[in-house]
Write a protein that binds this ligand. Sequence first.
Ligand code: ZN
Ligand code: ZN
Ligand code: ZN
Length: 340
Amino acid sequence: MRRFHCTCGQEVMFEDSECSACGQLLGFNPETLEMLAVFADEGEELMFGDDGSLRPCALRDHPVACNWLIPAVDEHTQCRSCRLTRTIPAQTTPINVQRWNILETAKRRLVYSLLWLGLPVVDREEDPDVGLAFDFLEDQRTNPLVKKQVVLTGHNDGVITLHAIEADDVHRVKAREQMNERYRTVLGHMRHEIGHYYWDKLIRNSDWYPRFRRLFGGEEYYRQALDYYYTYGPAPNWGSRHISAYASAHPWEDWAESWAHYLHIMSTLETATGFGVLPQADVYSSDFHVLMQKWEQLTVLMNSLNRSMGMPDAYPFWLTPQVIVKLRFIHQVIAATAEK
Ligand SMILES: [Zn+2]
Ligand SMILES: [Zn+2]
Ligand SMILES: [Zn+2]
């Protein structure tokens, strides 16, 4: 994430709709990845940008509190992140209102990083068959009124499904402990699932496919492999070859876990560079070897800072050479896609 400033000079956050120092209204333009000050707020309609050609997302003065902008001439009412959402949990309970806010907040960070990396973000309106969409669902564990007994987090032909309960801290920590995971966040889920989406889009039926198979393995017997994983646990010594235990379940999961990890790395490197923690350089176009060196230094810093605060390590991972080779492959695929 890059840094943003109000016109008064105050540093503002990506999520802010208003400057905490001068009170000026702010909006984020996803087309240029810039934070913009309000142009005019007289009357009913807010206008943003130098010429007032942008207006706020319909979910701005709303519990979702989206601060993204859309062109004033656009026929849509919601921004390009909000309108990726196809289904939301019933907004009849305060907890579901809060969950929707948390899910959308994470999704805007996800979409920001995809746009920053130059990846195609195609919604279902543009591509009704395999365009991107999000279903935030409940099942009978949280809402006895819904039909679904169990909602599983997953991806299918562009549709990313996430149980709305993943927005709850208590649930996530419990699930993380039960599944023996090192890391579990809403943003992490989204980065993982979007990895499956881009596998379909960029690897399947592409020239990259043979290399994918050499690095990650053949992707036959997916269901059986997942059943096996949930019955018997991860492969022994998974840590030498995989970024997480779950990545050892199947090559597709390995890809999605590695993809999510690559997005974690790039996003955090961008933030650190903005704050001068790392030398000012274009993180994105840097040599992969250099990126990994910078990343290693930064993770030591991050973990040391967290330990000083009495917190668990921010980065509880260890990158082995076999994992780095997979991350480099993802780096190459994304760089080549962005150039097109
Ligand atoms: Zn200000
Ligand atoms: Zn929005
Ligand atoms: Zn997956």
